[in-house]
Design a protein around this ligand. Structure first.
Ligand code: P6P
Length: 339
């Protein structure tokens, strides 16, 4: 009976969020409406990404498509879809997108109380070779809806009320936290619904995978160099870790979340602040990692404590299994003690 009930008792993402909302009687459902618009954006991008290869085949993705229109790059198209979906939700007042240099302030008549920071299509350079890519988002609440300002998004990640990513890979998986754990939903294309497939995700306390672009090794600092050395040539009798690096943050983080281990994008001599962006890459992934029992470190502090001053600023990041991140924190503590 229970299997049958389970199969017919479809826990869609909408139903899940409504359940969450019912725990906050004062909430007017604004967050539920906001999330349904983010989900719409993810469904669109999923369908567009899956057609991308085909579009090329049909010559749609060349300079102009069969309608003779300038074929937009997928990340530009995805950005437009998310911006329009978020504005039309009537629940946002500031949007920060990886694709837009300036923050978008929603016109007063359409304003709501949420600020969304997002990368509409992270890793888009991987589309042509079919590697998984994704959307990453984080949500803050505005302080004063009538006077929204950049300070509403230049806040430590610990003030986010929700964060998530949608990975466009062999399946379309949306991983979300609203502050009480992490849940994964998989798109059932025949229903057009995200169904709960990974309830209450917890990252293994320790893993045996490290994930870093070894091509930058020449420019790493001491602690990162020492840590990666330890992964490859463990001093004790333990076996070396495996290296898995996809080069698409959403895919590398999703694997880390499910299998455990550590993902690193360290600072190096070329990029002293690393490569990944604080607001819409580091913060959302760090929020999710902490909610799943892992942790996230910048080389100096807990990632979610970082207080950003620019909307596109970068930070080094070490995130994943709690014990693995502890090890690299110890190496940086040693280094900082010397300084
Ligand atoms: P590198 C993709 O371009 C991206 O922004 C992230 O998705 C990914 O983790 C990182 O850059 C890969 O960077 O320097 O290793 O190619």
């Amino acid at each position: 009976h229970s299997v049958e009930a389970h199969r017919t008792d479809l826990m869609t993402i909408t139903r899940y969020v409504l359940n969450e909302q019912s725990k906050h009687p004062e909430s007017r459902g604004d967050f539920t409406i906001l999330l349904s618009h983010i989900v719409l954006g993810c469904k669109f991008v999923c369908s567009a990404v899956n057609k991308a290869g085909l579009a090329k085949l049909l010559g749609l993705a060349g300079e102009t498509n069969i309608q003779g229109e300038e074929q937009k790059k997928l990340d530009v198209l995805s950005n437009e879809v998310f911006v329009k979906a978020l504005v039309s939700s009537g629940r946002t007042c500031i949007l920060v997108s990886e694709e837009d240099e300036e923050a978008i302030f929603v016109e007063p008549s359409k304003r709501g109380r949420y600020c969304v920071v997002f990368d509409p299509l992270d890793g888009s350079s991987n589309i042509d070779c079919g590697v998984s890519i994704g959307t990453i988002f984080g949500i803050y609440t505005v302080k004063d809806q009538d006077e929204p300002s950049l300070n509403d998004v230049l806040q430590p990640g610990k003030n986010m009320l929700a964060a998530g990513y949608c990975m466009y890979g062999s399946s379309c998986t949306l991983v979300l936290s609203t502050g009480s754990g992490v849940n994964g939903f998989t798109l059932d294309p025949s229903l057009g619904e995200f169904i709960l497939t990974h309830p209450d995700i917890k990252i293994p306390k320790k893993g045996n995978i490290y994930s870093v672009n070894e091509g930058n090794a020449k420019n790493w600092d001491g602690p990162t160099t020492k840590y990666v050395e330890k992964c490859k040539f463990p001093k004790d009798s333990s076996s070396p870790k495996s290296l898995r690096y996809i080069g698409s943050m959403v895919a590398d983080v999703h694997r880390t979340m499910l299998y455990g281990g550590i993902f690193l994008y360290p600072a190096d001599k070329k990029s002293p602040n690393g490569k990944l962006r604080v607001l819409y890459e580091v913060f959302p992934m760090s929020f999710l990692m902490e909610q799943a029992g892992g942790q996230s470190f910048t080389g100096k502090e807990r990632a979610l404590d970082l207080d950003p001053t620019k909307i596109h600023q970068r930070s080094p990041i070490f995130l994943g299994s709690y014990d693995d991140v502890e090890e690299i924190k110890a190496l940086y503590a040693e280094e900082n003690a010397k300084a």
